[in-house]
Write a protein that binds this ligand. Structure first.
Ligand code: 4H6
Length: 256
């Protein structure tokens, strides 16, 4: 069923809009767009230039290597994105993807999935004038402590991860709920045919058909793997009595 107005609209402001085909033409986001649940508008600051050479970069005050994104075309692109908002809707939230941003995690992605319009600013060159950021940007976010050549890949990661959490986008909803991190734990191991691969058997419990035992084994593995690999995540999670028991059994086996 295609709804006339999407649940969530992304406006991606980028000098390389063609990069976004990677999310708009395939997978979960591609399907959500086809179903009219999500929309992704591509806005290129170059379309807002007024000079003959369609200049989108400018030299940094204070000198130094590299260029910055030119203020005027970028500001016009942001204002266009904000104006392209159906009346009565909440104004779009302007998000700037940068290594200086707040680290993104599941909580942030989940909050963003409640918005109606997200305007994603993909930086190029060495970045953007601080005064423009102060004027227009609501949220500066980072995927992690590493540098990309542009903000587009980070923006696409936001589009994909947020879209997965938009209600009914994933169809059988529980798979978004069962995404690891959704409940603060890492995912359990996965196995498929053949039953013996490279001399290694699939854990017997998964062949038992006993779904209660299988679910509890999977939960125990999620708890154990989180304890081993991401104790920081475990520290933040309130465990039920059953979870405490499963984890301590895992720890006992691990330390035996
Ligand atoms: N961690 C992240 O989310 C992330 C996001 C973007 C990004 N790059 C685009 C960018 C955006 C803002 C400022 C500088 C830059 N860069 C431009 C190219 O030069 C390096 C600095 N990199 C990593």
């Amino acid at each position: 069923m295609t709804t006339s107005n999407p649940i969530l609209r992304f406006s991606a402001i980028s000098l390389f809009p063609e990069m976004f085909a990677a999310v708009t033409e395939s997978g979960v986001v591609g399907r959500a767009i086809k179903k009219g649940k999500v929309a992704v508008d591509l806005i290129n600051p170059r379309d807002f230039t007024t000079d003959r050479h369609r200049t989108v970069d400018d030299r940094p005050y204070g000198g130094g290597p590299g260029m910055l994104m030119k203020v005027e075309p970028l500001e016009k692109a942001i204002e266009f994105a904000q104006s392209s908002q159906p009346d009565g809707n909440r104004p779009g939230k302007v998000i700037y993807l940068s290594p200086q941003g707040e680290k993104i995690d599941h909580q942030m992605v989940s909050q963003l999935s409640q918005e109606e319009h997200l305007i994603l600013l993909a930086g190029r060159y060495e970045g953007i004038d601080e005064r423009l950021l102060n004027k227009h940007v609501d949220l500066e976010l980072s995927l992690g402590d590493f540098v990309l050549s542009g903000g587009e890949l980070a923006a696409m990661a936001v589009i994909d991860s947020v879209t997965r959490l938009v209600p009914e986008v994933l169809g059988h909803k529980e798979s978004a709920e069962q995404d690891s991190f959704a409940d603060g734990l890492l995912d359990h191991q996965h196995y498929t045919r053949p039953e013996v691969y490279d001399g290694n058997r699939v854990p017997q419990v998964l062949l038992s058909g006993n779904h209660q035992v299988i679910e509890s084994w999977r939960l125990q593995q999620r708890l154990g793997r989180t304890w081993l690999r991401r104790p920081d995540l475990l520290a933040r999670k309130k465990l039920t009595e059953q979870e405490e028991k499963l984890l301590s059994m895992f720890q006992a086996q691990f330390e035996s």
